[in-house]
Ligand binder design. Structure first.
Ligand code: FES
Length: 82
């Protein structure tokens, strides 16, 4: 089973516009589903794409305008495909 690599933009724009909540959601999701070994979570600096943020990169794919519904869908789907 390959790890899910999630990188959350922690730049001030993305963070203020939703990634603070998105990060908390991911951390809670990992805890609730016991996924510490399956998910590699990290933060990134602003990549100058603030206008399309909040940005989250999952397994190399950048998702824009991320919210918790989308996160839940993507994480559930990818984890089931693993
Ligand atoms: S703060 Fe995320 S791209 Fe700028």
């Amino acid at each position: 089973m390959s790890k899910l690599k999630i990188t959350v933009c922690m730049g001030s724009s993305c963070f203020a516009r939703g990634n603070q909540q998105n990060l908390a959601f991911i951390e809670a999701f990992i805890k609730a589903h016991d996924l510490e070994a399956e998910i590699d979570l990290s933060g990134a600096r602003c990549s100058n794409k603030c206008a399309s943020g909040p940005n989250v990169i999952i397994n190399g794919v950048e998702y824009n305008g991320m919210d918790q519904d989308k996160l839940q869908q993507i994480m559930t789907k990818l984890l089931h495909n693993n």
